[in-house]
Design a protein around this ligand. Structure first.
Ligand SMILES: Nc1ncnc2c1ncn2[C@@H]1O[C@H](COP(=O)(O)OP(=O)(O)O)[C@@H](O)[C@H]1O
Ligand SMILES: [Mg+2]
Length: 256
């Protein structure tokens, strides 16, 4: 079985400062992985790398069986198979919820129908299902700039599901959601991993929710993997150590 993600000794520096250090990792189809770690740990950087947007990194990385390049973006057909849920949502404000979710289908279309906005029946089916799954059907015709933060976050998730990707990368996808919606959305994206056999990696600041929904937890700190365990094996010592242990970057140390 080809790994959805394979990283071998990947490192990255921003202006001489290490942001990712010697990461090695393999994720299989059907697996959902939560990325935990304090702010500045390197979660967003790692997700950008996997999305093919980071430049100048070192090591070997492949996504969906394609070798990533540190100098250029992946081909369009590979990008179409990767769904990314951005921390800042990246919606088009003047478009409706329905149109924003339909934008998730653009990468699947040949250029000319996409230019003319000629979506097919399958596109409308995918959008309708994604809106239902995220509880947005009633808001389909509302403009994106008239939505609350949590509703915008759900539109971003619906757009990603409508894309029908082979890999979902999500940067704090439930940070703006109330507990009920957070559970629903994590259930949806990790359920997609199982039912569609795709890979899912999401970053989060919620260890308990992550343990409940993800198959596996990766603890990242100062750009290094502190632990990589099945969810059921992650202890509160693991997560406490992640957030409260000694930090090389800040010199902070919790003594108890
Ligand atoms: N575009 C950038 N330019 C310079 N430094 C950056 C940039 N993006 C992130 N960093 C730095 O890289 C480290 C990891 O950041 P990030 O991946 O955003 O962490 P997280 O998502 O875990 O909060 C931090 O020290 C951050 O300041
Ligand atoms: Mg981040």
């Amino acid at each position: 079985m080809t790994a959805v993600i394979a990283l071998d000794a990947v490192s990255h520096c921003f202006d001489g400062e290490a942001a990712l250090t010697n990461l090695s990792l393999s994720v299989q189809p059907g697996e959902s992985v939560a990325l935990l770690g304090p702010s500045g740990a390197g979660k967003s950087t790692m997700l950008a790398l996997l999305d093919g947007r980071l430049r100048g990194w070192q090591g070997q990385a492949s996504v969906l069986g394609n070798q990533l390049s540190a100098t250029r973006s992946p081909a369009r057909e590979i990008r179409a198979d990767i769904g990314f849920i951005f921390q800042e949502f990246a919606l088009v404000d003047r478009l409706s919820v329905y149109q924003n979710v339909m934008n998730g289908r653009l990468g699947r279309m040949k250029s000319w129908p996409a230019l003319w906005g000629r979506f097919g029946e399958q596109d409308h089916i995918c959008v309708t299902r994604a809106l239902q799954d995220t509880g947005l059907s009633d808001l389909a015709h509302r403009r994106a700039d008239r939505l609350s933060g949590g509703q915008r976050q759900r539109v971003a998730i619906a757009r990603c599901l409508a894309q029908d990707p082979e890999l979902i990368l999500a940067d704090e996808p439930v940070s703006n959601l109330d507990p009920a919606h957070a559970e629903r959305i994590l259930g949806l994206i990790t359920g997609a991993a199982r039912s569609r056999g795709i890979g899912v990696i999401f970053s989060s600041h919620q260890p308990d929710l992550s343990r409940r929904f993800a198959d596996r937890i990766l603890g990242l700190r100062d750009g290094e993997i502190l632990f990589d365990k099945r969810s059921g094996r992650v202890t509160s010592e693991d997560t406490d150590g992640l957030y409260h242990g000694a930090s090389a970057a800040t010199g902070l140390r919790v003594v108890s």
